[in-house]
Design a protein around this ligand. Structure first.
Ligand code: AMP
Length: 218
């Protein structure tokens, strides 16, 4: 089962993906996390991606597709995958189809997480992330047990540079201009598209998300 999680920055895709991956054993593939790891490691990709990420712009499609292809090769060939934050453009969606077709696979389900921009801006202001395991917290709505420390792996939490207000506004524009059209793109294709109201508690969203993915795995 190959699922794509679509939605604006801060909508809760990462939180939901980490949790469902823990519960089901699916691989969670977040291109944002992979890029941040490449930056920490100081790889060529990390250096190339840096300026785009800090400005809230998209990293070029060829770099992203190379990264995803390389990462998929390390995963079990027939395992379930939750793509989080990828694809973000039509060209990436088409590239993903080509990469999956090489191993006889295809996208099975697209889950669209929806919430108003005001909700996303508020959530991102309070968001704290674990650079080590990808877990996400919010100082107002879902704080970690110990301030600044990840409950899951003990890593030190950070307020991402690109979660500051100016960059957030640009990331939202980029989402509406370049990524949101993917909803219609997938609605015109064989993959099942499920929309979830993400302006609710993480619990309520999790329940709908779990069911959407369970439907795809049957
Ligand atoms: P995220 O953690 O998904 O919010 O991603 C953080 C930043 O990484 C984005 O604002 C982009 O600069 C970059 N990025 C992550 N995934 C992609 C992607 N699929 N395509 C282009 N840029 C990406």
């Amino acid at each position: 089962m190959i699922a794509i999680l679509l939605g604006g920055p801060g909508v809760g895709k990462g939180t939901q993906a980490v949790r469902l991956a823990d519960e089901t054993g699916a691989a969670h593939v977040s291109t944002g996390d992979l890029l941040r790891a490449a930056r920490r490691e100081g790889t060529e990709l990390g250096r190339k991606a840096q300026a785009y990420m800090d400005a809230g712009e998209l990293v070029p499609d060829d770099l992203i597709l190379g990264l995803v292809r390389e990462h998929l090769a390390k995963l079990p060939a027939s395992g379930d995958v939750l793509f989080d934050g990828f694809p973000r453009t039509i060209a990436q969606a088409e590239g993903l189809d080509r990469v999956l077709a090489e191993t006889g696979r295809a996208v099975d389900r697209v889950v669209v997480f929806e919430a108003p921009d005001e909700t996303l801006v508020k959530r991102l202001a309070g968001r704290r992330s674990c650079p080590r395991c990808g877990a996400v917290y919010n100082v107002h709505f879902s704080p970690p047990e110990r301030e600044g420390i990840c409950d899951r792996c003990g890593g030190e939490l950070v307020h991402r540079e690109d979660d500051h207000p100016d960059t957030v506004r640009r990331r939202l524009e980029v989402y509406h201009e370049q990524t949101r059209p993917l909803v219609e793109h997938y609605e015109a294709h064989p993959a099942d598209v499920v929309r979830i109201d993400a302006d609710r508690s993480p619990e309520a969203v999790h329940e709908d998300f779990r069911q959407a993915i369970a439907g795809a795995r049957r």
